[in-house]
Design a protein around this ligand. Structure first.
Ligand SMILES: *[C@@H]1O[C@H](CO)[C@@H](O)[C@H](O)[C@H]1NC(C)=O
Ligand SMILES: *[C@@H]1O[C@H](CO)[C@@H](O)[C@H](O)[C@H]1NC(C)=O
Ligand SMILES: *[C@@H]1O[C@H](CO)[C@@H](O)[C@H](O)[C@H]1NC(C)=O
Length: 361
């Protein structure tokens, strides 16, 4: 009986893998072509991917529900579509067997869905030299080997914090991880997750701090061609406990991983929301020279003052320039869906400028 079930389910897998949902069967073939410059897009679901600038996209990491239409479309543009890979680290430490099972499961899923790889996104705290530290490195290595063997041309990527210096207690073996996969996506945002100085609202991704962190990665002798810069297409909205005369917004103390103050005092807001809000704000768009980032203040319906920090083409373009000057593999964003893709001519131009900013000033 059980053997029959196993046979049946493996037949089912073969059948499902056999039916290409695309208009043309060749669109189900994995992408093998390597392009010089990566534009790595996280997609969180919905249909706004229809409005992406597909002439530049090279990889889409699908963090929403599987969408066969997106896969077919991406393939028609020569872009890879990769799975989201996440798992609790405890799961892979206990047994190397469960690690193998996880990898086999993901490879099979990618095959049945005609996908081109996986993006591993674990944002857990890991102590240097711990069992998790080694298990995680092995996971990346084994996942890459399995994907490359089973899906030729496939891509395995791994998401890392904005700096390799144990940000949010993520002390990973960055060097071996980078060596063991195709590319590392550096999440150059949420840089206020552990505020050590005054508990005040600041930029999500201040320019100098962001760029210095790439030098830290490169100083570890990580190949620049392994690094994709991730920029935020969102910002943080902080309720101010007090807004000083010089515009400093003090924020509530919300601890995160051992530090008393963090960006968890604010709420993440999409660029789409921010562009609507900035015009009705009390301050209008302002620019912080030190952090090289835009911000504004507004008062909500209850009279509460807020300060919003975000990124826009002016703050993104010098970062994108650094991608070229440092010889990195490419650029990407969290996330592709959160621009305003409606037909309005003003928002359409804003959206186009955000895509274009990925290529520098
Ligand atoms: C709050 O803001 C006011 C107005 O700018 C300022 O005079 C005062 O010093 C601030 N209070 C604190 C605790 O920062
Ligand atoms: C916001 O204001 C700017 C500058 O006045 C204007 O160009 C733009 O059209 C406005 N945006 C929206 C969405 O109304
Ligand atoms: C898409 O990107 C290309 C290359 O940067 C650019 O030339 C083109 O204008 C963009 N298309 C749209 C619709 O913005």
């Amino acid at each position: 009986m059980s053997r029959f079930v196993v046979l049946l389910s493996s037949l089912l897998v073969v059948c499902r893998a056999g039916v290409c949902p695309c208009e043309r069967p060749e669109l189900c073939r994995p992408i093998r072509e390597e392009r010089d410059f990566e534009v790595f897009v996280f997609d969180v679901g919905g249909k706004t991917w229809n409005s992406y600038n597909w002439s530049v996209v090279t990889t889409v990491a699908t963090f929403g529900k599987y969408d066969a239409e997106l896969m077919c479309h991406a393939h028609s543009k020569g872009a890879r579509v990769v799975l989201k890979g996440e798992l609790p680290l405890s799961y892979i430490v206990d047994l190397s067997r469960s690690r193998t099972a996880w990898i086999t499961d993901k490879v099979n899923l990618a095959k049945t869905q005609f996908m081109d790889g996986i993006n591993i996104d674990l944002e857990q705290a890991v102590e240097e030299g711990s069992a998790e530290y080694y298990a995680l490195t092995d996971l990346v290595k084994e996942t890459t080997e399995a994907f490359h063997r089973e899906i030729p041309g496939s891509q395995v990527s791994f998401d890392v914090a904005w700096s390799p210096k144990c940000i949010d207690k993520r002390c990973y073996d960055y060097v071996t991880i980078a060596e063991s996969c195709d590319l590392v996506f550096v999440m150059s945002y949420d840089e206020q997750s552990q505020i050590l100085g005054d508990c005040i609202a600041m930029a999500n991704a201040p320019l100098q701090q962001t760029l210095n962190a790439y030098d830290q990665y490169l100083d570890l002798n990580i190949d620049p061609k392994k690094l994709v810069m991730g920029v935020p297409w969102y910002g943080y909205d902080y309720p101010c406990l007090n807004l000083s005369q010089d515009g400093i917004c003090s924020i509530a103390k919300v601890p995160f991983r051992g530090v008393p103050c963090s960006d968890a005092a604010g709420k993440q807001k999409t660029y789409k929301w921010i562009m609507k809000q900035v015009n009705s704000s009390s301050s209008g768009r302002m620019w912080d020279d030190k952090q090289q980032a835009p911000y504004f203040n507004y008062k909500d319906q209850n009279g509460q003052i807020h300060q919003v920090w975000y990124d826009d083409p002016q703050s993104i373009c010098p970062k994108a320039d650094a991608v070229k000057s440092k010889g990195l593999r490419g650029i990407g964003m969290w996330n592709g869906n959160i621009l305003d893709y409606s037909d309005d001519p003003v928002t359409r131009q804003q959206t186009e400028m955000m895509w274009n900013a990925l290529f520098g000033c």
